[in-house]
Design a protein around this ligand. Structure first.
Ligand SMILES: Nc1ncnc2c1ncn2[C@@H]1O[C@H](COP(=O)(O)OP(=O)(O)OP(=O)(O)O)[C@@H](O)[C@H]1O
Length: 465
């Protein structure tokens, strides 16, 4: 039997297409078709390099353009590729029996991830899920989605039966402080009739890049909580500086002797600095609400905005700094005043929205020790802002009834993150946001420039019955 001799391994110069003595490829070896492709391959390679270089430059110089031209498409690719694995791992898939022809096998069905659209600093998308699935499963899987898609956060909200809406945030824009607003006095004029546009005040930027506003038209009353030095006064000041330029009456209740709202005094139509004054002021405001109700009824209108311009009363914004001072009492005498104040506050919350009387209530904490009345009041406060808080109960009281999944996000805000908050957002439910750092001297300037616009409220002068 002849032995099979192993064929010798060819040296590099013996490989087809390699020219001995040169490091290059012998193009003559390629077929004619192959030779024709070479310029295209070189062209495609150059384009790829140019695309990558342009991407690197855009990422540094114009991050928003980079996001819509590059980043978003990478994200889309990651979403598509990871969807099946994500659904299986996070328990988002369902099983159903196949048709009889397939011997009734169980088939895994995935929810449909669709309508992925770019937006500033992220994307939005919809998930349509199968019968028997609940939105909570998707809300709970938000962190898993953020992890799989390598983004900063994913917010999930129910958006009708059988679907949830995703807001995907590429990074955290709240690490930088939003620019301060330019207070425009253009709109100011005591004789001007108020309009609904006057009710919104921009106070910062939301995590999704949208402006963050306290809009009393969308949410007539607001609850703002935050530990000391978290940024409550700063964001209230930013809002007041804008409302002050408009035909709006501002009323303050600051039972810490007026320490916080004192600087607002020249532009306030009234300021109560202790519990007795607060009880009296709130009683007058309830009477004003009843007068407005009668006015609307006489003109067969359901709110002040439907009244003719010349009859329309000015909106009143009641700002309460440190809600606990109204609720928590030591003596019996204080108890009566507190009872009167908080009962009237609740009545205003119930009546005020359509009558142009709005509440902005702030405090370091809100707890069950305030009594049962505070839960009834909270139910009327649709707008919520929760800055960094010291205790879980305050986060739960501020957000838990409306947005249970936001409580944990609120507790993650550290005391160093000044002005960062979880806030009500009309379309998403809740969102993270950061207020501008509105300095006290800017507030002083705005108050001084607008003091002459302070509306006079006759109900404050009349005797109480
Ligand atoms: N968005 C922001 N960015 C950066 N710094 C901020 C921001 N908001 C507030 N600050 C700073 O945080 C500090 C505390 O703010 P502020 O007085 O508004 O807090 P507060 O919650 O009202 O405190 P307190 O309850 O003690 O009155 C201030 O020095 C302020 O300049």
């Amino acid at each position: 039997m002849p032995l099979l001799k192993p064929s010798p391994t060819p040296t590099i110069s013996e490989l087809p297409g390699i020219v001995p003595g040169s490091s290059g490829l012998d193009l003559n070896y390629l077929t004619e078709a192959g030779q024709r492709l070479v310029p295209y391959a070189i062209g495609a390679g150059s384009l790829l390099v140019a695309w990558a270089v342009a991407g690197a430059i855009l990422a540094r110089k114009a991050p928003h353009t980079w996001w819509s031209l590059y980043g978003f498409w990478f994200l889309r690719l990651r979403m598509t590729r990871s969807w099946q694995r994500l659904c299986l791992n996070a328990g988002l898939s369902t099983a159903h029996r196949s048709a009889p022809a397939a011997n009734f096998r169980y088939v895994i069905a995935l929810p449909r991830l669709t309508r992925v659209r770019p937006r500033r600093n992220g994307a939005t998308a919809m998930i349509y899920f199968g019968a028997g699935q609940k939105p909570t499963a998707f809300i709970e899987a938000a962190d898993a989605m953020a992890h799989a898609w390598r983004v900063h956060a994913v917010r999930v909200v129910a958006s009708g039966r059988g679907r949830v809406k995703l807001t995907i945030l590429n990074d955290d824009p709240l690490t930088s402080i939003p620019d301060n607003i330019n207070i425009s006095l253009r709109r100011a004029g005591a004789s001007e009739a108020p309009t609904v546009d006057d009710l919104a005040a921009t106070i910062g930027t939301r995590e999704d890049g949208e402006r963050w506003a306290i809009n009393l038209l969308s949410f007539p009353h607001w609850l703002i909580t935050g530990a000391t030095q978290s940024g409550k006064s700063t964001l209230i000041n930013a809002a007041v500086a804008q409302w002050a330029t408009r035909p709006i009456a501002l009323v303050g209740i600051d039972c810490k002797g007026g320490m916080e709202l004192g600087p607002h005094t020249p532009r306030l139509s009234a300021l109560a600095t202790d519990r007795h004054q607060a009880a009296d002021l709130l009683q007058r405001l309830v009477r004003e609400a009843v007068d407005r109700m009668n006015l609307c009824r006489d003109h067969r209108q359901r709110n002040i905005w439907q009244l003719p311009h010349d009859l329309r009363p000015v909106p009143i914004i009641v700002i309460v700094d440190e809600l606990a001072e109204l609720y928590l009492v030591a003596s019996r005498d204080e108890k009566e005043a507190a009872q009167k104040a908080t009962t009237n506050l609740l009545r205003l919350a119930q009546l005020g929205a359509a009558l142009g009387i709005h509440l902005v209530l702030a405090g370091q904490r809100v707890g069950s020790d305030f009594g049962t009345g505070v839960t009834a009041l909270r139910a009327q406060l649709g707008g919520r802002i929760c800055l960094a808080v010291n205790d879980k109960e305050t986060a739960v009281m501020t957000l838990g009834d409306l947005y249970p999944d936001a409580v944990e996000a609120a507790q993650l805000i550290s005391s160093a993150e000044k002005g960062v908050a979880i806030t009500t957002a009309a379309s998403q439910g809740w969102i993270r946001a950061r207020s501008m750092n509105f300095p006290p001297d800017a507030l002083d300037g705005a108050i001084e420039a607008t003091a002459h616009l302070t509306p006079h409220l006759p109900v404050l002068d009349s005797a109480l019955l």
